[in-house]
Design a protein around this ligand. Structure first.
Ligand code: FPP
Length: 255
């Protein structure tokens, strides 16, 4: 398959373990625009550029899964005009980027309750997911109308239904079975969570899945989050010792 991204040398700052799955809350678009005396929507438009450069960096570093929080279940509370603009932006981005995803072997998955989106957007999402299903270089997950609690409640419902239909023994429900029933299915949990825009919150993002995730917060606003900023986050991750409940000495022996 032909690929149109030029994959250069991995910068030395990223020497060390590379996260397999990176999850990002792309915050600060509104403030970026307001600081320039522009309407909030120009910040969202500028944010698309950061989405593109982040995807390229993920491919360059060998990240396998990238999950972007594009629209939370709480974002419906924003002014109607801003919600409409975000919908238009998703629609145009999908239309424009599917070809590029094909060329670059990127699989698109949308997680969240998309049934609340306009029909046209739902159709476009479905088409894009089908068209890119066999791609495997990078799995790009866009969380849209997503909430971590919603994901957990949906998983519980799915498992409860399977038990009620006699397809599953309630005692067989463990961590793994529960995780598999969430929107991430068999994908690995995020190794690195990044939030731009300065707030120190998880904001109902992948609640079940971030139990052992390394958290990285930066004041940089999303439209300014370029390749260099991504590399800083990757380098910071590489410097951390992940213990998963073990002692530091135990982890060193295992290394
Ligand atoms: C948060 O900034 C950002 C969003 C709610 C939307 C993010 C959407 C994009 C970057 C558009 C492109 C996405 C894809 C996947 C094509 P904010 O508005 O809350 O900023 P503020 O905190 O400064 O107000």
């Amino acid at each position: 398959m032909s690929r149109d991204l030029e994959i250069g040398e991995i910068p030395t700052a990223a020497a060390g373990p590379v996260p397999e799955h990176v999850a990002i809350i792309m915050d600060g678009n509104g403030r970026w625009a307001e600081a320039r005396g522009q309407a909030r929507h120009s910040g969202h438009k500028a944010g698309v550029g950061s989405v593109r450069s982040t995807i390229e960096e993920c491919i360059r570093h060998g990240v396998k899964v990238l999950t972007l929080f594009a629209f939370s279940s709480e974002n419906w509370r924003r002014p109607r005009a801003e919600v409409n603009l975000l919908m238009d932006l998703f629609l145009t981005a999908l239309q424009r980027e599917v070809k590029r995803m094909q060329t670059n072997d990127i699989q698109l998955r949308v997680i969240g309750d998309v049934s609340a989106f306009p029909d046209k957007l739902q159709r476009r999402i479905d088409e894009a997911e089908r068209a890119t299903r066999a791609n495997s270089r990078l799995i790009l997950q866009v969380a849209a109308n997503y909430g971590g609690r919603w994901d957990i409640v949906e998983a519980a419902r799915r498992l409860a239904r399977a038990v009620a239909h006699g397809e599953l023994d309630a005692d067989a429900i463990d961590d793994r079975a529960f995780a598999r029933a969430t929107t991430l299915g068999d994908l690995p949990d995020p190794d690195l969570f990044i939030r731009t825009g300065g707030d120190l919150r998880i904001s109902n993002f992948l609640l079940w899945h971030c139990a052992y995730t390394e958290l990285y917060f930066t004041p940089v606003l999303w439209p300014d989050f370029d390749a260099d900023e991504f590399r800083k986050a990757i380098a910071d991750f590489a410097s951390r010792q992940r213990r998963f409940g073990q002692t530091s000495a135990q982890v060193k022996v295992a290394d």
